[in-house]
Ligand binder design. Sequence first.
Ligand SMILES: *[C@@H]1O[C@H](CO)[C@@H](O)[C@H](O)[C@H]1NC(C)=O
Ligand SMILES: *[C@@H]1O[C@H](CO)[C@@H](O)[C@H](O)[C@H]1NC(C)=O
Ligand SMILES: *[C@@H]1O[C@H](CO)[C@@H](O)[C@H](O)[C@H]1NC(C)=O
Ligand SMILES: *[C@@H]1O[C@H](CO)[C@@H](O)[C@H](O)[C@H]1NC(C)=O
Ligand SMILES: *[C@@H]1O[C@H](CO)[C@@H](O)[C@H](O)[C@H]1NC(C)=O
Ligand SMILES: *[C@@H]1O[C@H](CO)[C@@H](O)[C@H](O)[C@H]1NC(C)=O
Ligand SMILES: *[C@@H]1O[C@H](CO)[C@@H](O)[C@H](O)[C@H]1NC(C)=O
Ligand SMILES: *[C@@H]1O[C@H](CO)[C@@H](O)[C@H](O)[C@H]1NC(C)=O
Length: 510
Amino acid sequence: MANTHGRVIFPPSCSIIIIVLQLLSCSTPANGKADFSIIGPKIPVLAVLGENVELPCRLSLNISAEDMELRWYRNQPSQVVHLHKNGTDMKEEQMREYQGRTTFLSAGLDQGKATVKIHNVTVFDNGTFHCNFKDGNMSAETRLWLMVAGLGGMPRIQVQAVQGEIVWAQCTSEGWFPEPQAEWRNFRGQPLPSMTHLSASPTTGLFTVVSNVTIQDGDVQNFSCCISSPLLQKKMVNYHLLPQLSRSSLSKEWKIVLPLIFTLAGLVTAGATCLYQKCQKDRNVGQLEEERLHRAEEQHSQDWTEDKVIYVSPSLDPDTTSPKLALSEDGKSVRRLFFDQELPDVPSRFDQDPCVLAREQFSAGRYYWEVQVGQRKAWNVGVCLESLNRKGRIPKAPQHGLWALELYKKTFWALAFPRVRLHPSGPLHQVGILLDYDAGRISFYNVGNGSLIYSFSGLSFSEPLRPFFCLWTHDPNPLTIYSECQPPEATGPPQSQGQERVGTLLQQDP
Ligand SMILES: *[C@@H]1O[C@H](CO)[C@@H](O)[C@H](O)[C@H]1NC(C)=O
Ligand SMILES: *[C@@H]1O[C@H](CO)[C@@H](O)[C@H](O)[C@H]1NC(C)=O
Ligand SMILES: *[C@@H]1O[C@H](CO)[C@@H](O)[C@H](O)[C@H]1NC(C)=O
Ligand SMILES: *[C@@H]1O[C@H](CO)[C@@H](O)[C@H](O)[C@H]1NC(C)=O
Ligand SMILES: *[C@@H]1O[C@H](CO)[C@@H](O)[C@H](O)[C@H]1NC(C)=O
Ligand SMILES: *[C@@H]1O[C@H](CO)[C@@H](O)[C@H](O)[C@H]1NC(C)=O
Ligand SMILES: *[C@@H]1O[C@H](CO)[C@@H](O)[C@H](O)[C@H]1NC(C)=O
Ligand SMILES: *[C@@H]1O[C@H](CO)[C@@H](O)[C@H](O)[C@H]1NC(C)=O
C-alpha cells in the first residue's frame, strides 16, 4: 500500500471501504481520478418540515465533477432522489416522491462540489441518503442523514369537567414530528402530572398529542399546556385562564358551557416558530425586542408566569351582539346584516349601535390580540369597561369607559377626548391591540408593518375590560379575530438551536 499526497492507492485485494470500484479491475486509470472519495455532512442534517434543505456532497479532490454522473439516492441506487448526468437533470429516473421537489445546485461543480436541494421537506425525507459520483468506470459515494423535525399547531385546551375544586382538562395539538413532549404547569409554573398519548397519522406520519390533566388545586386560576420539540428546541405554550368567577357560581350550567367559554387561548410561544417566523414576519410588532428576548431566555425557566404578554384570540359574545350583526359559528368573525335580527333584548345586548363585545374579561396582566379589519370601510376596534351601557347610542370616549380606534368616511380616529385624527400613510388591514391592564395602557398596532398607531396611557381600571367592536355602514366585509398562529412557512433551516423566546415580545410599548 503506497501513499501519495495522503491518498490511498488500491492494492489488488480491493478491500477498500470508501471507494467503490464498480466495473473494474484494481488498476488506477490513466487519468488519475481514481482515488477520489466523497465527503458529505458527517452529522445528521436537521430539516424542518415544509421548509427546504440542502444535501451537499463534494469530491475529496479539487477536480471538476462536470462530466460525472451524480446521483443522490435513498437506500438503493434505483431509488433516485436526484440524478445529474451528462450535464442535465434526469427527471425520468426520479422516485415519484421527489419529482418536482429537487433542485440541483451546480455552484462549485468545477471544483468537485454539488448540492441537491429538497423543497418542502416531508416526513418521508427522514432517514438515510447516499450521494454517488461516477466518472467513467470509477465511482465513490458517501452516506448522509436527514433528521426531519416539525412544530405542530398551537395546543388547544378544553376543560372537560369541573367538580368542586377539581378540573379535568385536555390539551390537543397536531402536526408534530418526531414525537413531541407534553407538559402541563399550574400558575406557579410547577409541572402537573398528566397522561399523554401520541399517535401518528397514517397518511402524513405527523404526530398528534392528546394530554389529559386533572387539576386538584383549589385555586386553579390559570394553567398552561406546553408541547415541545426536543430536536428544534422550540415549544408552543397555550395558557388557559378560568373566568373570574367565584367558585360557588360554578353551577351545573357552567359545567356545560365551560368548554365553550374557555377559549381564552393565549399563545405564549417560548420560541414557537409561530411567534418567531409567522407572527414576527407578518406581524412584526416589536421587532426591536430581539435583544430583550435573548435576555429573557435566560430567565425563562425562573419567571415562567411573569411579565408575559398573553396572545389571546377573543371569542365574540352572542349575548352582547347587536341585532344588526351576525356572528360566525366559531365566534371569531362578525358581519353586518341588512335587516335587524329578532333577538331577546337582554341587558347585555347593544340595542342601537351595531356593536358586540368579546366574552373575555381582563382584570390583570397583559394581553394581545389581532383583528382583521380588511377592506371594511367603517369600524371601531378597542376595549371597554364591562359596565359599559349597551342601550341607545353609546358615547364613544374614554370618560364613558371606552378606548378605541375608528375608521369612518375614510378617516382614522383615536377615540380619545378630544378625538385625535390619525394619518396612517399605508393601508391598515390588521389591527393589533395590546392591553396592559396593570400599567393602564391600551396600544394599537398596524400589524402590517409593526408600527404603533396610537396608545392610550396613564389609565387605571377598577373593573374588568372587554374587547369591543362596532361595524358601521352596510359593508359586507366582516371583522375577524385571529384564531391562532400557523406553524412556520418555508424559510430555510433554523439558524441555530436553543432559540427559546418567551412571549415578552410586545413588552417595549412606548
Ligand atoms: C481548485 O482549483 C482551482 C484551479 O484549478 C482554484 O482556482 C480553486 O481555488 C481551487 N479550489 C480549492 C478549494 O482549492
Ligand atoms: C450528452 O448530451 C449531449 C448534448 O448535451 C448529447 O448530444 C449526448 O448524446 C448526450 N450523451 C448521452 C450519453 O446521453
Ligand atoms: C408541501 O407538501 C405538503 C405535503 O405533501 C403539501 O400539502 C403542500 O402543498 C406542499 N407545499 C408546497 C409549497 O409545495
Ligand atoms: C429519522 O431519521 C433519523 C436518521 O436520520 C433516525 O435516527 C430516526 O429514527 C428517524 N426518525 C423516525 C421517526 O423515523
Ligand atoms: C474502464 O476502464 C478500463 C481500463 O482503464 C477501460 O479499458 C474501459 O474502457 C473503461 N470502461 C469504460 C466504460 O469507461
Ligand atoms: C396566573 O394566575 C396567577 C395568580 O393566580 C397570576 O399571578 C399569574 O399572572 C397568572 N398568569 C397568567 C399567565 O395569567
Ligand atoms: C383523556 O380523557 C378522555 C376522556 O376525558 C379519555 O377518553 C382519553 O382516553 C384520555 N386520554 C388519555 C391519554 O388518558
Ligand atoms: C407603517 O405604516 C404606518 C401606517 O401605514 C405608517 O404611518 C408608518 O410610517 C409605517 N412605519 C414603518 C416603520 O414602516
